[in-house]
Design a protein around this ligand. Sequence first.
Ligand code: KE4
Length: 430
Amino acid sequence: MKPITESEALFKSARQLMPGGVSSPVRAFKAVGGTPRFICRAAGAWLEDVDGNRYVDYVLSYGPLILGHAHPAIVNALTGTIRRGTAYGTPTRREITLVRLITTLLPGMDMVRLVNSGTEAVMSALRLARAWTGRDRIIKCTGNYHGHADSLLVQAGSGVATLGLPDSPGVPESTVKNTLVVPYNDLAAAEAAFGAHRKRIAAMIVEPVAGNMGVVLPQKGYLQGLRDITRAHDALLIFDEVMTGFRVHPSGAQGLYQVTPDLTTLGKVIGGGLPIGAYGGRRDIMALVAPSGPMYQAGTLSGNPLAVEAGIVTLEKLQEPGIWSRIARQTARLARGWKSRAEAYRIPLEVAVAGTMFGCFYTDQPVIDWNTAKRADTTRYAGVFHALLERGVHLAPSQYEACFVSSAHDDDVVSHTLDAVDAALADEAG
Ligand code: KE4
């Protein structure tokens, strides 16, 4: 590794101009310490920083780049598209193509509205659920992250149903008084919440595979249980598949677990690395969305030609025989290799694999929710993070994120990674 003098200098300048020197908090390395690498180019599975160091990338912009960085098909498509303009503020043919792909691939989506981020998709889906049911309250799970909309910045609470307390200054108590919080993977708590707030709950929103407390899989029957409970209480079930969509399965978590939500939110992969989000679901519910119905939601750059084109190319490529399953196989190989090397060094490690994403917890306890996730050894996570960074492997700078794999992560890249993991764990074992 070359000295990271340029990244250090740029980080110093950036902190003068941007809060924490970054455009999104997790990138500032606060959870792991040290200096974030300023990246200047990327291709395939590889990043290059401003000091000329190269890294195999498992962040992939926190999920979107399932085909790897600068995939030629995306670069070519965008080069052609940009010559025809960047945004028209009008309907376009290609929005129909992208939305038709999404509705074909995801069982729960008959109709879709494109927006510009996952946060916007979730905000809109919750407003729609409230409009449809005429109810105000929503339920979310501790440790689930659904973007930074005020009413969802609530991590407080555990146990049964706890009326949310704001988790960020600037979020008025009045905004979160209708947000209930229950533990993930706890059907009894969800049932109790519905019982305690009968007929006042519009929806429960859940990450069907949790990817924002590390990767935590739904226990057997959990998602179907939520489907049954929400239906029994005339509330909507919302799957937040911003991260899991096309990552955990070619048809999302709803395809993998065969549980169909009323509404789904998407982002990341469907934009192929450009800003995008989407919400959608049952046709009768989506008919409420303006201008076909009274529920208002709008966006200047929603459905813009560039993000739509990158999304179409990504989703179409993922349909090519064998592509998605090959990424999943490489993901499984990485997870197996990581686990076996940790065992060899007697380092307690729990690894969760979900299709083309995986997560590592340095703990000897099963991780099923936020309470068990936060028991993992984050100091060890930070140690391994830096040991790998020094060896040219770039993970998310927080235990509470996921690792993502792409079609560009071939056998050589995975072998390079596992060699680095072996050395990093040897360091950790001391
Ligand atoms: P965006 O507004 O960041 O596009 O999406 C918000 C969102 C909604 N739902 C889920 C399940 C998500 O994972 C996200 C965003 N994920 C984070 C990664 N943990 C984005 C990275 C970041 O915040 O910088």
